[in-house]
Design a protein around this ligand. Structure first.
Ligand code: HEM
Length: 365
């Protein structure tokens, strides 16, 4: 598609699909031309939870909302979490080692990010199986408004859960992120419940699945390409760039949505005002105009300017946290499970989603 139809209009869904690196970068970052506001559908059904979240607002509101949480996610603030992340990883890995063959998604890649963010937000980590179920349903939900009973039930359940939590923190504030957000003000105004719901659902659900998939995709890439694990073990400073290459090669978030603000063009294709666009990050990250031999997983690649965390004002807030969690988890897996291999004969099943890319299970020993 990058060659023959870089901007493709799907008449059935009405969406415009964007595949080339330069175009995807423009769509993600030019917020004056491409809005992040949610389009279509009944907001009470599809988008109540995310309707007023960072990811679905444009400036100036976006800037105001983002300023409330940037401090909690700076590289310095996130580095302070490293000892806790390491302890958690060691505990999870000890259990894996005792099992012999274990599903690395179930036993490590999923619980680690969800426990870390739950602790940061002051939410019981024991509820993590519910968050997992919700995020699975959400990533299978389309932006166009096509929802089924499962989506509806999930939206209702999440809304009730978070509203209870918000009420609890209002009456008994702690030192967690939710309590901080409840006391924060923008121009003398506190956040309303819909905005609080946006933060809770975005941080607790959206960031976890993606980090889980980054860790799982990394294990897959490292075991697939012979010699990779040995090289990283010999030269641990290679790990951060190997993680960047995983983000490029198997991007955990494959696509993001925007709406054209006015009539515009991309790669000489005319797009009308109001058109819904799908920016294909996964395709951009394999664009041969940007990367040499893009279909090859190559940890020696120089300057991996991938778009896996987006670009511009919506650049992923959780990127430093995701990178740190992935580094600690992978360091521990590679050194703690010597001779790591995927269980022979295991069928690697991908998640059923066009938005996220990852494996359902990853049996390894
Ligand atoms: C935004 C990917 C982990 C929180 C984004 C965007 C992408 C992305 C592509 C841009 C959305 C857009 O342009 O519309 C990823 C990937 C992750 C990851 C690949 C893991 C490997 C996390 C984590 C958190 C998080 C761990 C939270 C703790 C957010 C938030 C935004 C965002 C709040 C919205 C930022 C804004 O609109 O200003 N992420 N993410 N993400 N991410 Fe992540």
């Amino acid at each position: 598609m990058r060659e023959t139809a870089p901007v493709f209009h799907d008449e059935q869904s009405g969406s415009w699909h964007v595949f080339r690196y330069d175009d995807v970068q423009q769509v993600l970052s030019d917020h004056a031309r491409f809005s992040s506001r949610m389009g279509g559908g009944d907001p009470s059904e599809t988008g109540q939870l995310f309707a007023s979240s960072l990811i679905t607002t444009d400036p100036p509101r976006h800037r105001q909302l983002r300023s409330l949480v940037t401090q909690a996610f700076t590289p310095k603030a996130v580095d302070a979490l490293a000892p806790r992340i390491s302890r958690l990883t060691d505990e999870l890995l000890a259990r894996i080692a005792s099992l012999g063959t274990a599903d690395l998604i179930q036993e490590l890649a999923y619980p680690l990010p969800v426990i870390v963010i739950s602790e940061l937000m002051g939410v019981p980590a024991d509820d993590r199986n519910r968050f997992k179920h919700w995020s699975d349903v959400i990533v299978s939900q389309t932006r166009s408004g096509a929802i089924n009973e499962d989506h509806h039930a999930t939206n209702v359940e999440m809304t009730e859960y978070f509203l209870d939590l918000i009420e609890l923190r209002r009456s008994r504030p702690g030192t967690d992120l939710i309590s901080n957000l409840l006391s924060a003000e923008i121009d003398g105004q506190k956040l309303n419940d819909v905005e609080m719901l946006g933060f809770c659902s975005l941080l607790l659900v959206a960031g976890n699945e993606t980090t889980t998939n980054l860790i799982g995709n990394a294990v897959l890439c490292f075991t697939e390409v012979p010699g990779t694990i040995e090289r990283i073990l010999k030269e641990p400073s290679l790990l951060p760039q190997a993680i960047e290459e995983v983000l490029r090669f198997r991007s955990p978030v494959q696509s993001m949505y925007r709406v054209a603000v006015a009539d515009t063009t991309l790669s000489d294709v005319q797009i009308p005002a109001g058109a819904p666009l799908v920016a294909w990050i996964g395709s951009a990250n394999r664009d041969e105009r940007q990367f040499q031999r893009p279909a090859r997983f190559d940890i020696d690649r120089e300057q991996i300017r991938h778009l896996a965390f987006g670009h511009g004002i919506h650049f992923c807030l959780g990127a430093p946290l995701a990178r740190l969690e992935a580094r600690i988890a992978l360091e521990a897996v590679l050194s703690g499970l010597p001779g790591l291999t995927l269980a022979p004969g295991s069928r690697l099943e991908r998640m059923d989603s066009t938005i996220v890319y990852g494996l359902r299970t990853l049996p390894a020993s």
